[in-house]
Design a protein around this ligand. Sequence first.
Ligand SMILES: Cc1cc2nc3c(=O)[nH]c(=O)nc-3n(C[C@H](O)[C@H](O)[C@H](O)COP(=O)(O)OP(=O)(O)OC[C@H]3O[C@@H](n4cnc5c(N)ncnc54)[C@H](O)[C@@H]3O)c2cc1C
Length: 288
Amino acid sequence: MRRFELVTPGSVDDCLRALKGRGTEVQLLAGGTDLLPQLKNGLIKPATVVDLSGVAELRVLEGDAQRGFRVGAAVTARALERDARIRAIYPALAESAALVGSIQIRNLATIGGNLCNAAPSADMAPPLVALEAEAVVASGGGRRRVPVASFFSGVRRTVLAPDELLVEFVIPAPGPRSGGAYLRHTPRRELDIAVVGVASQVTLTDGVCAKARIALAAVAPTPVRATAAEQALAGQPMTPQTITRAADLAVEAAHPISDQRGSAEFRRHLVRILTRRTLAQALARASG
Ligand SMILES: Cc1cc2nc3c(=O)[nH]c(=O)nc-3n(C[C@H](O)[C@H](O)[C@H](O)COP(=O)(O)OP(=O)(O)OC[C@H]3O[C@@H](n4cnc5c(N)ncnc54)[C@H](O)[C@@H]3O)c2cc1C
């Protein structure tokens, strides 16, 4: 491993000062569960590593069912999985956090690191897309908000510039009679990455689906929304027939590759199954 300078800022402003003008020679370190293997394997050779562990603002976790939530970029998967408010208001997010790695990994792995690493299989991305969350991004020039659905620009690439820091996610309140669910398929029960992941989020009004959001992982370079499936459910009662139709349409949003973990055809099959199951689970939760 190449030697590097370690910077330990105590605030977002300190952090931005450390990033300024250093381009890709600087890397941010949150939990390190993605970054450290990349450093050890020589895939990245930064001159400077900025350790985020001293930046308290990045660990904010506050809100409620009426206002929605602010979730700091450095909140760990374990904190999300265990938080009773997150489990009740955003069950899909809690479920995705609970699937990351092992307990030891989840005690380190952060939600911001999961999204900034931008693996197509990242588990916490689909629920944030389905919940219509926004990423708050800071740079020397101020702050901007990016819908999580637009945060990814390719495999392991995001819209973040080298001098930008992901500060937090703003997750809207789902509203009454809403429910969500996240499921993934892995050959092993634990310590494996998603062959396919699906998050569904629905809101009911007067017995029909007022809004559905469906997001897929590991079927394209970036997480994708199954918009045709969402539109097919809007204004319809959520019956086994309409859910099956939506699951069929979700397959059309998937553009998977074949690799050692599964063929493209198998992944399309998984999209259909997992969309149906997550919609049924989301409906059950929304029906309360
Ligand atoms: C054994 C093992 C099992 C795993 N299992 C899973 C799994 O099941 N599902 C899954 O999705 N992932 C899994 N992972 C991957 C990893 O644990 C997650 O992606 C984790 O959430 C990354 O978070 P981190 O805090 O460790 O990120 P880090 O490794 O610290 O950072 C990851 C990247 O994000 C950047 N970054 C971090 N924070 C910020 C910020 N605030 N602003 C801008 N850039 C930032 C870093 O510079 C780096 O490029 C696994 C990893 C291991 C080692």
